[in-house]
Design a protein around this ligand. Structure first.
Ligand code: ADP
Length: 399
């Protein structure tokens, strides 16, 4: 009997059926990118049960989103939080949407003449991660055989998606590795060359009984600072990836870490003028958080402001505490960031193309992770050729 929910083990046997499904399965043996995999899943399902349309939904970040559809206008229709698509996802069972019901739920579907829909869960290791929906214009299109074929096909489709994801991860890992090797090689070269050159120069002076100019020591310090920053960033990237980063929350003075970061930045960028303003001067600047990690946040933003603005330009630092929130901002008069890059600069190893100035593209990735761990937010406003303002908003006592 055809029911609303059908267990996967009710699949009928038959040679034609097996060879048809086998043909589909073989197509997924070839490595395909994710979008092509979604497309092929829907097309194969349509072919297997003589349907007309289909979509793939993937559950990510607590949301079930349509990632592919043969009918692009269906992207306007979102699955309802407790609707049939979610039912297939949660119960891990194929769901046949009763014809008399779905047109009342989504009048858009009715007007577009979809008369029958089957929803197949996508599961991996007994966890469901998505749903394939297959539809037809015909009213009495769905029958028990078709449901069983689609249910069996669902496990092939799920494996195909898992495989495509693994392929993508592998490709990303190789790209990241290549990027890392070329970036790290390039970035390590500068400080090491400076360290080698200036230590040699200083050594020669000392041997000759002469004094070395202060700026040489300064260059030596800058080289060491660059190296230690690179090492810290790589170490933290590893910790973040492994989910091993530990936070020690306790009360501390935010002003103190601002002052410390300002003096460090001045050592490396002595020509920039850093103007600090505390907007709640009459109140305590104590907040609860991991002071050394938040120091990194302040330091990264200040360092970037100096790195990506002209020498000698002003950098404004502002912070205030109001209604349980700390607002901290760093504004520069530098090159700015074009709109299209703004959403990317928090990605690991991302650097804006054609970028001058040293860096691995990890500072903002780490910064955002630290801010997230403090239940805070980070915002950017930027105007190319005019400057950039990064604002961090943190609860003064994260729960
Ligand atoms: P990096 O170590 O390369 O500076 P970040 O993660 O700190 O890495 O920054 C990512 C990219 O964002 C930088 O390479 C730079 O292109 C851009 N960026 C960051 N801060 C600024 C800024 N204040 N002004 C202009 N561009 C910036």
């Amino acid at each position: 009997m055809l029911q609303n929910s059908i267990e996967p083990d009710e699949f009928p046997t038959g040679e034609n059926l097996i060879s048809s499904i086998y043909l589909s399965a073989v197509k997924f043996l070839y490595p395909l990118p994710l979008t092509e995999t979604y497309e092929m899943i829907v097309n194969e399902a349509i072919r297997l049960v003589k349907a007309e349309s289909g979509s793939v939904f993937i559950f990510e970040n607590n949301e079930l989103n349509r990632v592919y559809s043969t009918l692009p206008r269906k992207f306007q229709i979102q699955p309802r939080p407790k609707g049939f698509t979610h039912q297939a996802l949660v119960t891990k069972k194929t769901v046949v949407v009763p014809e008399e019901k779905f047109s009342a739920i989504h009048p858009q579907i009715k007007s577009r003449h979809t008369k029958s829909i089957v929803l197949i869960p996508l599961t991996n290791r007994n966890k469901s991660f998505g749903v394939v929906s297959i539809g037809s214009k015909e009213k009495a299109w769905i029958n028990e055989d078709k449901v069983n074929i689609l249910t069996l096909f669902g496990s092939i489709a799920a494996l195909a998606i898992v495989k495509a994801r693994l392929n993508k991860n592998l490709e990303d890992a190789v790209t990241n590795r290549d990027l890392f090797i070329s970036l790290a090689g390039h970035e390590l070269k500068n400080p090491v060359t400076a360290l080698k050159g200036f230590s040699q120069l200083i050594f020669n002076k000392v041997i000759a009984g002469e004094k070395a100019p202060l700026t040489w020591y300064q260059r030596l310090y800058n080289g060491i600072e660059m190296l230690s920053r690179l090492i810290t960033e790589l170490f933290e990237l590893n910790q973040i990836r492994a989910g091993k980063i530990r936070y020690l929350f306790r009360p501390f003075s935010f002003g103190e870490i601002v002052n410390l970061a300002v003096s460090e930045t001045k050592l490396i960028h002595p020509d920039n003028k850093i103007i600090v303003k505390y907007g709640s001067a009459n109140h305590s600047d104590m907040i609860t958080g991991d002071s050394s990690r938040l120091f990194e946040v302040v330091n990264n933003l200040l360092n970037n402001a100096a790195k990506y603005s002209p020498e000698g330009s002003d950098i404004n630092v502002y912070y205030k505490i109001d209604k349980g929130l700390l607002t901290f901002s760093v504004s520069d008069h530098g090159r700015g960031i074009k709109k299209e890059y703004i959403s990317k600069i928090f990605n690991e190893f991302y650097r804006i193309p054609g970028q001058k100035g040293e860096g691995l593209g990890l500072g903002l990735f780490i910064t955002k992770n630290i801010v997230d761990a403090h239940k805070g937010k980070i915002r950017i406003s930027s105007k190319p050729s005019h400057g950039t303002k990064f604002t961090v908003i943190l609860p003064t006592k994260p729960s």
